[in-house]
Design a protein around this ligand. Structure first.
Ligand code: AMP
Length: 431
């Protein structure tokens, strides 16, 4: 026997009825984005590797350890192959597109949202996959467009709180911090390095490496034994310059005005190099170890780092896999069942059934089609197994008389319904 081929490690198939929850989340997000005047952008899954090296940062775990990247075959012998990568996140792609298509020439700030798969070669576990899905949004624009304003930070945070509330996700917690500007970060990194020197030997091997390459990331460490050491390290809030402090205060003032609860978490620095000023995460209790449902922050220097004009921006990415997981804790997914099963009776009736199905579907009725080779008993059994509410029996008599036999599969009641009244009859009893 041929050997079985399975989904690649860390990837998975999303099957019905779970896909109903995915559609529900995506529809709610689209609704929200529409009301906040965001528009959709779709960027390729495949990008030039250097895009991520220059934006996310070469010293980050994402780029240094988790990228699916390879040298693509050169088109000619004399040429070198191009290094490609499957995108590990979407902000870099959006900013690349912003620059490539000169979106700053459009009026106002650009408010863009996306939905799609991202790829990271992480150790798979519950809530962590190698192909996962993000729903994200970015507000980006020239400084004159107001893209730097703390009001934009508050706007995305308020949107997120609204979306989670509408989805019925309770007990979320907004963790907020400011990582200041690059100059603040440079001073803070120095202070961290100094403070780490005498203690780093007692820390985990990851921290020992980070202390040299990217000291800020030490704050992300989850190893229990390291926590008392980390608690005593300097805090970034003491290294913010005056404009950064004021910016952060302003964000908080608006959040208070619109009654969005938040917690300042001075250890929240996030793993990507491009963040400045506001950074945030929403966590959710029901998710276990991988409790971050979404994350984001400001990236005022990113466009310039990618060769574009100055274009401050802020954005977020929701982990859709985790959002769906949180949602199914409150409301398990259920698929919409067929309203009616059409049972064609006898030779030639498949075509008639297809015609009737067309009439019903125009009324937004969910129709499942039977097969003329089935006997009535088999048709009715199939209809019941599929969970249909009705079976419509369609034989030559029904076609010529224009009266369809409609059987209510829950009660067993059967009646003759004029063809034109069939949609109404099926719809009025829909729950
Ligand atoms: P990040 O791009 O790392 O800021 O991640 C944003 C959000 O995406 C996180 O809060 C998670 O919800 C989700 N996420 C990140 N990595 C994974 C993964 N490997 N599997 C599932 N979700 C992920």
């Amino acid at each position: 026997m041929a050997s079985l081929i399975k989904a690649v490690r860390g990837t998975r198939d999303l099957l019905p009825p779970e896909t109903e929850s995915w559609n529900f989340v995506e529809a709610a997000a689209r609704d929200c984005f529409r009301q906040y005047n965001f528009h959709e952008i779709r960027t390729p899954v495949l990008e030039d590797l250097s895009l991520f090296q220059r934006s996310v940062g070469e010293d980050t775990d994402i780029v240094s350890k988790e990228m699916f990247a390879w040298e693509d075959r050169a088109r000619a012998e004399s040429e070198k192959g191009q290094w490609l990568a499957l995108r590990p996140e979407n902000t870099a792609g959006v900013v690349r597109a912003y620059i490539e298509h000169k979106l700053w020439e459009r009026p106002g700030v650009q408010k863009l949202f996306y939905m799609g798969p991202q790829f990271r070669r992480e150790r798979p576990q519950k809530g962590r996959y190698r192909q996962f899905y993000q729903i994200g949004a970015e507000i980006i624009g020239s400084p004159a467009s107001g893209s730097e304003s703390p009001a934009r930070d508050a706007e995305v945070l308020e949107l997120l709180a609204t979306l989670l509330d509408r989805l019925g996700i309770e007990n979320w917690s907004l963790q907020l911090n400011s990582v200041g500007c690059p100059e603040d970060r440079r001073r803070y990194n120095q202070a961290l390095q100094q403070a780490l020197k005498p203690v780093v030997a007692q820390m985990c091997s990851d921290c020992q490496r980070r202390a040299v390459t990217n000291p800020l990331r030490v704050l992300d460490c989850k190893v229990p034994a390291d926590q008392p050491i980390i608690e005593k390290l300097p805090r970034i809030s003491d290294y913010l310059d005056e404009p950064c402090k004021q910016h952060f205060d302003h964000v908080q003032q608006i959040l208070k005005a619109v009654a969005i609860p938040y917690t300042i978490n001075s250890r929240l620095v996030r793993g990507l190099d491009y963040y400045v000023r506001t950074v945030f995460e929403f966590t959710h209790g029901a998710l276990g170890a991988q409790n971050a449902i979404l994350g984001g922050g400001r990236y005022d220097g990113l466009s310039e780092a990618l060769g574009g004009p100055r274009a401050p921006g802020i954005g977020f990415a929701i982990g859709e896999d985790r959002l769906v997981m949180a949602l199914t804790e409150v409301a398990p997914a259920t698929a919409r069942l067929p309203d009616v099963y059409i049972a064609p009776l006898g030779a030639g009736m498949d075509a008639e059934a297809a015609r009737l199905a067309g009439e019903l579907r125009r009324h937004d009725i969910v129709v499942e089609l039977g097969d003329e080779s089935f006997r009535v008993k088999k048709s009715l059994e199939t209809a019941s197994k599929l969970g249909a509410r009705y079976a419509a029996i369609l034989g030559e008599n029904e076609v010529s008389s224009g009266q369809i036999t409609l059987k209510n599969l829950a009660t067993g009641e059967q009646q003759q319904v004029p063809r034109a009244e069939l949609p109404n009859c099926i719809q009025t009893t829909r729950t």
